[in-house]
Design a protein around this ligand. Structure first.
Ligand code: NAD
Length: 326
């Protein structure tokens, strides 16, 4: 039986990934500071522990029946949406915590001679200069250097990409690196200060009175693309099992403005509301996934319409809002 290790298995993407790997017949160990908050983990073995501890990292990297893990997915990070990573007050924690996790994880993976390790980098590594115009952002993989990410979260991700690639060069460790672009779906943060715009807007729409209004950070013309969780897992697993190490974008190229995102959610909810634009943390002006390389290397790119994923996510968040009020 194939064995997989998921670091960050109590988080949004990690909890879904564990379920997917179990459905494929893997034996799965998950590790996180916490259990998944919304549903019991599907993992065979779940270790609650701190990956900043190098001893714990080495312990969990050793597979139970002797043979090394076939697949290790490193998703653990100190992260959140714009309200967490772009406000400035968490920069030291984000850089220290996530870099320490990655330093420990890659070293333990090389020592344990695991089959391969997947690292979840981010679109936040791309230079600010290519994301100033909301209509024509350039996030082709080759544009990452000269580097100038707009946040310390992005700098840590770029450092860690290089860390994994250096281990690949110097130790023979097989690494796979994805640059995720705004992943969303049910069972993600929606009201704990780490939620991203799709979940935050779903919550605001669900909580609003009929005929009322919701707040949008900025002028609402900033652009992004959003990838539904199922497609994120598909792309990640395809990359992991390919011969291509990356880094490569895993994201949607259906770019929308934040006002349009709110409009799609209101349509899914059947609830037209006014938009009130207010000051808030924003990030870059425009961002979209460039999917040419992923299609060239994997023969795959995401195709599911944004509206479908948002409808599923809205339904889940509306349930959470109802349950919280009951
Ligand atoms: P998440 O915050 O839901 O999951 C991260 C998990 O890491 C959390 O459960 C957290 O408890 C765990 N963690 C943090 N510090 C830890 C520590 N010291 N020891 C053990 N566990 C620890 O985030 P997510 O959305 O599931 O993202 C997963 C990965 O993908 C992260 O590395 C993130 O940076 C990356 N990513 C996500 C997105 C996105 O849109 N969700 C976009 C780009 C990159």
């Amino acid at each position: 039986m194939h064995k997989a290790l998921v670091l960050g298995a109590g988080g949004f993407i990690g909890a879904h990934l564990v379920r997917r790997l179990k459905a494929e017949g893997f034996w799965v160990r998950g590790v996180d500071l916490k259990h998944p908050p919304f549903a019991p983990t599907a993992a065979d073995d779940f270790v609650v522990g701190d990956l900043r501890d190098p001893v714990l990292c080495r312990e969990v990297m050793a597979a139970p029946q002797g043979a090394p893990f076939d697949e290790v997915y490193q998703l653990a990070a100190d992260m959140g949406g714009a309200g967490y990573v772009f406000v400035g007050e968490h920069d030291a924690a984000i850089m220290h915590n996530s870099a320490t996790i990655n330093l420990n994880a890659v070293d333990a993976a090389a020592a344990a001679k695991v089959g391969r390790i997947f690292y979840s980098s981010s679109a936040c590594i791309y230079p600010l200069r290519n994301q100033m115009d909301p209509d024509t952002p350039d996030c082709a993989e080759g544009t990452a250097y000269p580097a100038s990410p707009d946040s310390d979260y992005g700098w840590e991700k770029l450092f860690s990409e290089r860390l994994y690639l250096a281990y690949a060069r110097n130790t023979g460790l097989q690494v796979r690196i994805a640059r995720y672009h705004n992943i969303f779906g049910p069972e993600g943060s929606w009201n704990d200060g780490r939620e991203k715009s799709p979940a935050a807007l779903c919550r605001k729409v669900a909580e609003a009175e009929d005929g009322g209004e919701i707040e949008i950070w900025g002028d609402g013309l900033q652009t992004r693309s959003f990838l539904y969780i199922d497609e994120c897992l598909e792309g990640s697993i395809r990359l992991m099992r390919s011969d291509f190490s990356g880094p490569v974008n895993i994201g949607s190229d259906e770019m929308v403005s934040i006002d349009q995102l709110a409009g799609i959610i209101m349509a899914a909810a059947g609830k037209p509301l006014a938009l009130r634009h207010v000051d808030g943390p924003l990030g870059v002006r425009g961002r979209n996934s460039d999917n040419r390389l992923v299609f060239e290397k994997l023969g795959w790119r995401p195709t599911r319409p944004l509206a479908e994923g948002l409808a599923a996510t809205y339904a889940w968040i509306a349930d959470q809002v109802r349950a919280a009020r009951a």
